[in-house]
Design a protein around this ligand. Sequence first.
Ligand code: MN
Length: 677
Amino acid sequence: MIERLISTARSYLPDLNEARLRDAFEFARAAHEGQLRKDGTPYITHPVSAAIILTGLRVDEDTLIACLLHDVPEDTERTLDDIEERFGDKVRFLVDGITKLSKVHYRDDMEARQIESLKKLFIHSAQDPRIIIIKLADRLHNMQTIEAVPKPEKRHRIAKETLEIYVPIANLLGIWEVKNQLEDACFRVLLPREYAEMIRLVEASEKERESVRKKTIQAVTRLLRAKKVPFVAIEGRQKNLYSIYKKMLRSGKSFHEIYDLLGVRIVVEDIGTCYQTLGILHQHFTPKIGRLKDYIAIPKSNGYQSIHTTVFGMNGIVTEFQIRTQEMHLENEYGIAAHYFYSNKKQTTLKKDVKKKYKWVQKILDLQRNISSNRKFLEHLKLDIFEDRIFVFTPKGDVVDLPRGANVIDLAYHIHSDLGMLAVSAQINGKPAPLTTQLSSGDTVHVVTSEESDGPQMEWLDHVHTHLAKTRIREFLKEQDRTTVLDDAEEVLDHKLQVLGLAGMTALTPLQKVVAMEHFGIETWEELLYELGKGNVDLSELLGCLFNESDLIGSETDLLDVHVYDRHQARRLKSESIQKVHRVELVIESQNRVGLLRDLSNELANLGINIIAIQSLPRPNSSLSRMEFILEIFDVKEYERTLRSLRKVDGVVSITRVQNELSIPLSLDDVQKKRVQ
Ligand code: MN
């Protein structure tokens, strides 16, 4: 087996250090000595098979070596340090990325480990995509040999997990070969009867069409040669069984209606030749109307490029041709792997590398958005992957890694303190946005600065998330003069109270003030405000002294059934002490428009807020509509966040809390905008 691996690797890696690869094999073989796979073969067959799968993607030497070693630290006496000593720090990094992941071997707390390790997979892979590529090969070989796993439930579980996590990853990374094989292996385990039926159908129809395919390829070869059009390859295409099966289910069509299409792919040197080839095909075969798709001029959103045309081909059989260049072909078939391993050969500027990284992270983030399934497990995944970190982009395409919850101000300080000092507003994904806007992964953020800027505002302290930004803002505020500081503090506190549905500063009783002064050990109310203005007193803490949570968002209710809601469970993981929840009733007044309710619910869903009830309230003689929402809110911060998000929804005019019937005015963001102007 090792000889096969070496000779395949040598065929595409002219500089391959054979001795080093062989050494890795020996190292792994010795480490796994005596261990057997479930099917009784020596353990070493697994990493070697996975490495052979990787040669299909034409990966580099370090990747092959890391693959050979991928189970060593996890399952043997040999450590990562041993690996580094012998194979260098790059190989160590790759193996490390995999090792942490494979601690997930379905023991007691499989789900938590699963999430944890996937998070690591993404974060490590964002630094080096080779890690995820090795992981996919590892999983593919495990799926190919899954028959050896004795328990059917376990086979099922692994297959399901593969289908729900690794197939989408391979799909998004565009590694089709691996994706199709993984998918069919899962199909075989999960739906054995349907799988067998598909095999039977495909084999039966292949027999018939094999000769037609040959004839078609011969005919096209002759045509192109006659016109002196150079080509790289003309080949048949294999569709994957699972996708045909899914298409049958989806469309309700029979196998023959779907699979009758004969697929032929033509790979040529350059784009000009693609169109030339298309012309020749259309001259010779009658094209089907409406079936010409030019994904070269207009690539698919995932970057896929090719020309597709369906024609009445040989013997009248409907044939789909795909025409593309060699470069597109590599990219289409190998996706991220093509990016990583082949584009290096061409002249790559630094800029291109950045772009490459951008694309990779972007795809991972898209994956995070797109993973969808009814299974609760994936709900958790969505909730928890990247829970702690977000990735945003500067207009130049640099990736900035920030803690979740960070806003534009955090980003500005993260980039440079001057940027924080001069920031006045922002453009997020090309749209103007206030500085306090919380950023989401994948946002492209341009921080707008002005020399006229008043500098950091005290209320920023209430919004920023990073220690760095807080420190810098405090430093600035300390230098401000007393009156400005006091004015600012008053304004901020007043506004905050209003946002929370209270009557502003006037609502404060002397007793409340005294309680707060005692809490902070400050003699006078003015001094307290001054300290607030300088950022030495935390606004949330002050509010906590002035009011109970129940004053702010109504009384607590026991959670009815903590296990009903995912979000509660997720929270509970973090803080076992959270047992109470507030029932908050809001009346939302808004312009009548289609989709409003959907937008409001979406906004709440994004925040993870549970809706207990929604009711439409009558509103005679008005074009406005009124709806009552009953929500479950954990704390004041969440309440504020919720109000802020709901106010942003198009058409919303006012939000009122039922309990005190106080209308909640302008949002903080609006105030911010006014300041900016
Ligand atoms: Mn493995």
